[in-house]
Write a protein that binds this ligand. Structure first.
Ligand SMILES: [Zn+2]
Length: 194
């Protein structure tokens, strides 16, 4: 990542690399990253609103057809995120097949928000990052056995830890968790419904 790039973007890339992402391509304000078959583009947008009304321009600028996840790192990411979602809707209504999800990350809290966002991205794309199929415990919602579909070693605040996504194949409940060296669930453990 170029030193001319905004530090928030460089920090985002660094955090994602720590969680196992590889950087595939970089530009002045973006990085295309990959974790197994999941592709994520991290963008530090030049403006916090869309500059062109053309859906094709928007698809190109934000690489909506090249990634599963679009991570917007900005001082004001929420409005742009809404605009991108409606551009995706318009594109799909006119026959495109854009499946990318948009994740806003406030630039003032990259560490906190991106860590949570990465867990959500992994859970949403577990079919693309899956590397495991072990059973582990019961679904808190329906009682079926949960399956660990993603299991990765990561560093959590400098400590060796494991990051996992569990899925219930009956009701679709997904759980993302980080287990620290002592075997306890870490601070980043949101439960997600499918
Ligand atoms: Zn269930």
């Amino acid at each position: 990542m170029s030193l001319d790039s905004p530090w928030e973007l460089r920090r985002a890339v660094e955090l994602m690399e720590k969680r196992g992402f590889k950087t595939v391509e970089t530009g002045g304000n973006f990085a295309l990253m990959e974790l197994r078959r999941m592709r994520a583009v991290v963008i530090y947008p030049l403006k916090d609103y869309l500059q062109s009304p053309s859906v094709d321009d928007v698809i190109k600028e934000f690489m909506l057809d090249r990634a599963d996840s679009i991570v917007l790192v900005s001082e004001r990411p929420y409005y742009l995120s809404d605009e991108l979602n409606s551009a995706i809707e318009r594109a799909n209504l006119s026959g495109r097949a854009i499946e990318a999800r948009v994740y806003p990350v406030y630039a003032g809290d990259v560490d906190g928000q991106l860590n949570v966002t990465m867990g959500i991205m992994l859970a949403n794309n577990y079919d693309k990052v899956g590397n495991s199929d072990e059973t582990d415990g019961q679904c808190p919602s329906c009682g079926e056995h949960m399956r660990v579909v993603f299991d990765n070693r990561v560093a959590d605040e400098g400590e060796e830890a494991r990051e996992q996504v569990l899925v219930c194949k009956r009701c679709g409940l997904k759980i993302h968790r980080i287990i620290n060296g002592a075997g306890e669930a870490g601070s980043l453990a949101p439960i997600l419904h499918g």
